[in-house]
Structure formats: structure tokens, C-alpha cells
Design a protein around this ligand. Structure first.
Ligand SMILES: C[S@@+](CC[C@H](N)C(=O)[O-])C[C@H]1O[C@@H](n2cnc3c(N)ncnc32)[C@H](O)[C@@H]1O
Length: 198
């Protein structure tokens, strides 16, 4: 993992954050409650937006991202605990969390099915699991453009894939998908799910 990507991430994301992502994040995070797991917290952009959670355990493997997230941790109104961990190997006991959140992460996680298995394991039955992800688009020409760009994109953006069908991967994990909202012609999806299959 590079330390270049963390240093430019917030700046690169600023236009989208201002335009719509801030609202989308607020909407998702307002649905969190109790003890929350945040997966791949990056620069901690979500930290100040938690209002209803009791406590957030944020996991992030990249130390440079963790360093950048400290100031946002200090701005947060709920307690945030940051752990250097990967989603595929969560160091929490079974049935720990009431809720889990992943925003713009399943594009980058090397083994998404394993990460979903781990999230299911550490979440309680009926826990809400909330995703905001960019995915492979349905429109064939756009999907083709994503596939074509993918090799160079992955190199520039620290392993981020443009062509993942994350909704299908979530369905295949056995989580119950309860709501899907599409943004930007289906490039971004908010997926709400429940941990039913334990
Ligand atoms: C595009 S950033 C998204 C950061 C933040 N969640 C957001 O909404 O802006 C992707 C993040 O996923 C993290 N990541 C990469 N591999 C991971 C893994 N195996 N488990 C958890 N997080 C991972 C990266 O280090 C990076 O911080």
C-alpha cells in the first residue's frame, strides 16, 4: 500500500463530497446505532458524521490512512476506536456489533467474500450492514469503459477496482439485502442489508 494515495485522497474526493457524497454519508450514518464496526475507514471522513452510534470501532490496514484520520477522530461526537486490521481477518469475537458500515471500500478489499464472511461473523443476528460502493455499471458501453480503464486505475488508486459487482457479492454472502439506492446512473449504490444467515 502506498502513502501517496492517502496524501491526495481527500483532495481528489472533495468535489464529489461537496456535490453529493456528504449527504449520502449522512443518510447512511443516521441509520447506525449501538456498537458500530466501520470497515476501511481511510482518512476518517465518516467519523464526524456519526450522531446516533454509541461507539464506533473503525478498522483500517494502511498506517498512512490511520495517521490522516486522527484529526477527524478528535472532531467526532461519538467515541471512535481505530484498529489496524484487515476486513478479511477481523480481530473481534463473534456477535460483537449491532451495525456495520463500509463506504467505498469493497472496490479495494483484496478478498470481498472473505471480508463479508468476517463482517457477518462479528455482527449480531439482525445487525444492519450498510454499504456505499461504486460498482460495475449495467449499461454495456459504460461497463466496457470501466473494464478497459481498470488495469491503470488499480495502479493509480491503490488497488481500487472499477468493475466489481459488489451487490451480487453481498447477495452471495447470505446477507439479506433490504434496500438498494442507485446514484450517478448506477455507478454508486447504497446497499442496506441485514445479517440473517448465521
Ligand atoms: C477508497 S478508500 C475509502 C475510505 C473511506 N471508507 C471513505 O469512505 O472515503 C478505501 C480504503 O479501504 C482500505 N482497505 C484496503 N484493503 C482493505 C482491507 N483488506 N480491509 C479493510 N480496508 C481495506 C484502504 O486502505 C482505504 O483506506
Amino acid at each position: 500500500m502506498s502513502s501517496f494515495f492517502p496524501s491526495v485522497y481527500d483532495l481528489a474526493m472533495q468535489p464529489l463530497e461537496k456535490r453529493s457524497f456528504r449527504q449520502i454519508r449522512n443518510r447512511i450514518l443516521s441509520k447506525t446505532a449501538g456498537r458500530v464496526l466501520e470497515v476501511g475507514a481511510g482518512t476518517g471522513i465518516n467519523f464526524p458524521l456519526y450522531k446516533n452510534a454509541a461507539v464506533v470501532d473503525a478498522i483500517e490496514p494502511n498506517q498512512a490512512m490511520i495517521d490522516k484520520s486522527q484529526s477527524r477522530k478528535n472532531e467526532a461526537v461519538v467515541p471512535i476506536h481505530i484498529h489496524q486490521q484487515s476486513a478479511e481477518n477481523l480481530e473481534f469475537p463473534d456477535n460483537t456489533f449491532d451495525c456495520a458500515v463500509a463506504t467505498l471500500v469493497f472496490c479495494t478489499i483484496p478478498n470481498p467474500p472473505k471480508a463479508l464472511e468476517e463482517i457477518k461473523r462479528v455482527c449480531k443476528p439482525q445487525a444492519k450492514i450498510l454499504f456505499f460502493e461504486h460498482v460495475k455499471m449495467k449499461q454495456p458501453a459504460l461497463a466496457f469503459a470501466q473494464e478497459t480503464l481498470n488495469p491503470i486505475w488499480k495502479r493509480i488508486c491503490d488497488g481500487c477496482h472499477l468493475d466489481r459487482d459488489t451487490l451480487q457479492t453481498i447477495r452471495e454472502s447470505g446477507m439479506k439485502v433490504t434496500n438498494v439506492t442507485a446514484y450517478y446512473k448506477g455507478l454508486f449504490l447504497v446497499v442496506e442489508s441485514e445479517n440473517i444467515n448465521k
